[in-house]
Design a protein around this ligand. Structure first.
Ligand SMILES: [Zn+2]
Ligand SMILES: [Zn+2]
Length: 378
């Protein structure tokens, strides 16, 4: 990747698309972004935030601190597109459009250099490791970030399936909470001819799977609740041995963090009771933990006004989006919102091998963000 100065933010997007990097490994992307940003002469240019995070700060004023966020990471997906800027990294590609989100913030940086804002400090955060749900939390723990705690934070995500350029918004939960749960059950193996002398995890595993199937009804009265069994491992293909251990992988998803806590408490309660009954021990571990993204009233008011000024169609969602976003960590401590930017009704879906970010959203997305900055200063 070597475009020392951006010829255009479209060219930058395509340059980023060629050399995608996985979550937590975005070293080259971060170096390139920092190099491009330095050409716009921000007041501060911070690197190594929560991993490979980069942040450019424009404006000296302490009056209002507004953060705009995009993501650095790509996905472990083999690209099937054949255009000339296709991914050069086997098995890795920008299939969530984070290359486009970065290009949008580069365009915002370019405009901020040309038209500085007098009464706001604007922080452009290029966040690492969004796809694994670890990046935003790591950024929030970083002292360099804590020293600049924003008053407002906004982020956008392109959304295939919605009209090109529309602004998609919801008050309250925009994106659901989710987390991967790993349940480990430990008993004792036995000869398969004498299974009664061992302690097989099978009855606990099946009882828990049956119970999880009823979580939607039990916990979904005040919003979405989903427990999806994504994998299970019991014993091994060894016909002389009754199993002594098992693992169960479950993805929990919920409209609110409270529903998530209730589901987790129920899993723990059931395991405690069942494992006592069958003389097993258990452990619970988590991966890919995403809190719900809770848009604030002030945040969505700003975005709605900005969409109108930018001439974008505004679509209010009645239901939250099921997929998760780790931006929830960032707006938990300030005003703000995450909104969708329609990528076209017939556009390939996110995380699909033929997906590609639509370049026409770069200028438009930057325009909406610039309006958001102005609206915050009203
Ligand atoms: Zn994604
Ligand atoms: Zn994404």
């Amino acid at each position: 990747m070597s475009i020392p100065v951006i010829e255009s933010t479209r060219a930058a997007r395509r340059a980023l698309h060629r050399v995608p990097e996985l979550s937590g490994e975005e070293r080259g992307t971060a170096e390139q972004i920092a190099q491009w940003l330095s050409a716009y002469h921000p007041e501060q240019l911070l690197t190594g935030i929560g991993g490979y995070g980069v942040m450019a700060v424009f404006g000296k004023s302490e009056a209002q601190k507004i953060l705009l966020r995009c993501e650095l990471d790509a996905l472990p997906i083999q690209e099937t597109n054949n255009f000339e800027y296709r991914s050069e990294h086997t098995g890795i590609a920008h299939k969530c459009g984070h290359d486009g989100h970065m290009a949008i913030l580069l365009e915002v940086a370019r405009r901020l250099q040309q038209q500085p804002m007098d009464d706001a400090q604007v922080m452009l955060l290029f966040q690492p490791a969004e796809e694994t749900g670890t990046g935003a939390a790591a950024v929030c723990r970083d002292e360099k970030f804590q020293a600049l705690q924003p008053d407002y934070a906004f982020a956008l995500h392109n959304m295939p399936g919605y009209p090109m350029g529309s602004v998609v918004l919801r008050q309250g939960t925009m994106n659901c909470a989710s987390r991967g749960v790993i349940v480990t059950l430990t008993g004792k193996t036995a000869h398969a001819a004498q299974p009664e002398t061992g302690r097989s995890p099978a009855p606990v595993m099946t009882a828990l799977i049956d119970s999880l199937a009823e979580f939607s009804g039990r916990f979904g009265k005040n919003g979405l609740a989903l427990a999806t069994v994504v994998g299970a491992q019991l014993g091994a293909k060894a016909f002389g041995t009754a199993p002594g251990s098992a693992e169960l992988y479950v993805t929990l998803r919920s409209q609110t963090d409270e529903i998530m806590q209730a589901m987790l408490a129920e899993i723990e309660l059931q395991l405690t009771q069942l494992c006592a009954q069958y003389e097993l021990s258990f452990a619970i571990a988590f991966e890919d933990v995403f809190p719900a993204v809770n848009n604030t009233v002030e945040g969505i008011t700003v975005v709605a006004a900005a969409a109108e000024s930018a001439g974008a169609e505004l679509i209010q969602l009645s239901q939250p989006i099921r997929w998760s976003e780790d931006f929830g960590h960032i707006i938990n401590t300030c005003q703000g919102a995450l909104f969708g930017l329609g990528a076209g009704e017939r556009h390939a879906a996110l995380h699909n091998p033929d997906y590609d970010f639509p370049d026409e959203l770069i200028d438009h997305g930057a325009g909406v963000f610039m309006e958001i900055l102005r609206q915050c200063n009203r």
